[in-house]
Design a protein around this ligand. Structure first.
Ligand code: SAH
Length: 348
């Protein structure tokens, strides 16, 4: 039988497990602290636990720990892109970014992705598997240890569709925000989705105050379908209704992500349509100059087109920001680093 993954257990689950082993209650706090605050890499490090108890833990539970396979550090802005090896040999990528307001980590939620967005490198080889809660946590834990700096913000915007790995995502959020763990504020966590409508409604009911980001990328279903196969399943109208419900339930403004692709979704008529679409919605628009991937022909919009698009939205009273490109000297984000690593591995 497969052993239970101790790092994916919530504090309450861990407590009842440890009680079952006949140990005193304070041991649960100690173990939880080793796992989620002191960020131990093995049971052996848990020096204030009796040896016999450590041995028992080793026998009963598996211990998830990611291995750093590569890190690239940007000379421009200090951004770090990590590749981590999972126990089964799979590789995932995570990004560390330094901002004035704190350090942010962008994590992957799946190995690969099955959503098929046309401009995205994460989905080119489909979905390999879901990540466990502990594998999501470990990306942050290993990065915090590697940089020696506290992580204050988390964006679930790496490879994968978080709402396609729903239960593990929620477990991850409860663990990373727990007061006995890293205790990252829920408000500093953003989950980005391509727009899985039932998942958005479900998330709204979790009693969380995290930020929802919606990958919109087009002002109508017609254009959206050419970029995102998920648009064939859910109409924009329904996706936006779900976002509105998310706002009403949580009081959190939604972020609308819009990757600008030259000649596809970046002209003034599209800006006008976008303004009409989201007017009255409680959200703001984040424009992302598309990161070209070599497998596709998509090209970044010109600076001028981006500026016209941005200023039109602004004049309509819509809050809009243009995402600053981080670490542009160390390979684009969105699964490109992992993809190039995997391609090289296949060749060698
Ligand atoms: N599956 C989720 C989260 C992962 S992608 C989602 O779809 O939102 C995070 C964001 O990066 C999404 O908005 C996605 O559409 C965008 N993205 C992916 N590849 C990109 C690229 N090459 N250039 C710009 N944005 C990209």
């Amino acid at each position: 039988m497969e052993k239970c993954d101790i790092k994916s257990l919530t504090f309450d689950e861990l407590s009842s497990e440890i009680e079952k082993q006949g140990e005193k209650a304070f041991r649960s706090s100690q173990v939880y602290q080793w796992l989620h605050q002191k960020l131990a890499d093995s049971f052996d490090e848990m020096s204030n636990l009796p040896l016999s108890f450590r041995e028992l833990l080793k026998q009963e539970y598996s211990f998830t720990s990611l291995k750093k396979a590569d890190v690239r550090i940007s000379r421009i802005d200090g951004t770090r892109k990590y590749l981590f090896a999972l126990e089964d040999g799979n590789i995932i990528e995570s990004v560390w970014m330094k901002y004035k307001h704190g350090n942010s980590v962008c994590i992957s939620s799946q190995v690969g992705c099955r959503m098929g967005c046309r401009f995205c490198a994460s989905t080119l080889d489909g979905l390999e598997r879901n990540l466990t809660a502990s594998e999501m946590l470990e990306q942050i834990y290993q990065i915090q240890k590697d940089t020696g700096e506290r992580v204050s913000n988390v964006v679930v915007m790496g490879s994968g569709e978080p709402l396609d790995n729903y239960d593990n995502l929620i477990r991850f959020i409860r663990l990373i925000t727990h007061e006995k763990g890293l205790h990252i504020s829920q408000r500093n966590i953003t989950v980005s989705t391509c727009g899985i409508v039932p998942g958005i409604y479900r998330l709204a009911e979790e009693g969380l105050t995290i930020t929802l980001a919606l990958s919109l990328h087009a002002p109508n279903d017609q254009v959206r379908k050419t970029l995102m196969p998920v648009a064939n399943h859910y109409k924009l109208e329904d996706v936006l209704k779900a976002c509105q419900a998310y706002f009403e339930k949580t009081g959190r403004r939604v972020t609308f992500e819009y990757s600008l692709v030259k000649g596809v979704n970046d002209n003034l008529d599209e800006a006008k349509a976008l303004a009409r679409l989201i007017k009255g919605h409680h959200g703001h628009v984040n424009l992302i100059p598309v990161n070209p991937i070599k497998e596709r022909e998509y090209v970044q919009s010109d600076k001028k087109a981006i500026e016209i698009f941005r200023s039109y939205l602004e004049r309509q009273g819509i809050a809009v920001t243009v995402r600053r490109e981080m670490g542009r000297d160390i390979n684009g984000a969105c699964g490109q680093l992992r993809k190039s690593f995997m391609d090289e591995r296949e060749l060698s």
